[in-house]
Design a protein. Sequence first.
Length: 390
Amino acid sequence: MLDAFTTLVLLSATCATLGLALLLFWSADRRDSVFLVGAACFLLPAVGLALLALRGRIPDLLSIELANALVLLGVGLLSAGVRVFDRRSFGAWFLAPALLWLLLVPLPAINESTTARTALASLGLALAALLIARELWRGRAEQPLARLALALFCLLQMAASLARAAAAIGYGLPQDFLQAGGWWAVSLFQPVVLLILLAMFGVMAVMERQRSRFRRQAALDPLTGVLNRGGFEERARSVLERAGREGRVIALLVFDLDRFKQINDLHGHAAGDRILVAFCRLAEGLLRGDDIFGRVGGEEFAVLLLDVEEAEALALAERIRAAFDGLGVLHEERAVSTTLSAGVAVARGEAAELERLSVHADRALYRAKAAGRNRVESAGNPAMRDAAGA
């Protein structure tokens, strides 16, 4: 069995190593400050545990008062780390465990008693664990099962800290605690186990959030911020698969900006980009929150509508066309305007396949172009057209 001195040295080295590792994570991507907070959660206890191990070799002010304050500050900082991960303000409650220690440890009845100091430090750790559990529970909408498990673990840590305080008071402590073994040495692992477990969760949660962000970014058009072709098709297929089983109505609207190449040739690509962005903002303002909208080509856009009949789909396409027709985009103090043509296809149930809808909506779009542009055409009933073509 390790004695307390050896245990403290090992725990200090472990905390320092993990703190430096998190610091390296943060230096690689400084946009996410949760790694920086996590590094502080380990580095502060690393210093505190090292000072505790030097008790008897350095002044008590450093090896007792400051050492325990640093450990409590690091563990308490975990609750602030959870808040940072949840994109909330830092808060000040994380200071409570360390402040409780600093306020009460100067009292002679506590300062001169190893048992009282141990009980006070254990109460500080219990408070820190409770604060962490509270923050985990508040943000349970994200990773609910993992957060519930961690919150319960924190409550177990709180109970263990309270039991440690009670054991210290009830059974006393050895005179030279650095040479002690048994439950006393083992109990020193408690705050570090809490730190390590929450750090592992934090790293995995941040990495998963970053992967999700990269997936979302990969599905977006960098100029307009709407879904690109791949993102639109992936989202649309997911909706269509479910809607087809349920026999729901699906409408596909395709838009193409008229004579867009001429705009680029006459006014430059910057003007064309402004018009593309302006169209997206206009369309987004007229669409519902759950409508799927994407840029599927250079100047081509598509909208997938759920539970919308043909008349409603045509009316929406017409509103977008009319609003865009009256839109003038300023470029170099000149108003640059264009029009758009649209094709609409509607299907129900199993007939609502993306490829089939796209073919019929494109045909309707071509008819709108051939009829003079700046208009909306309907594909009619795709199922009827398929049957006629067969």
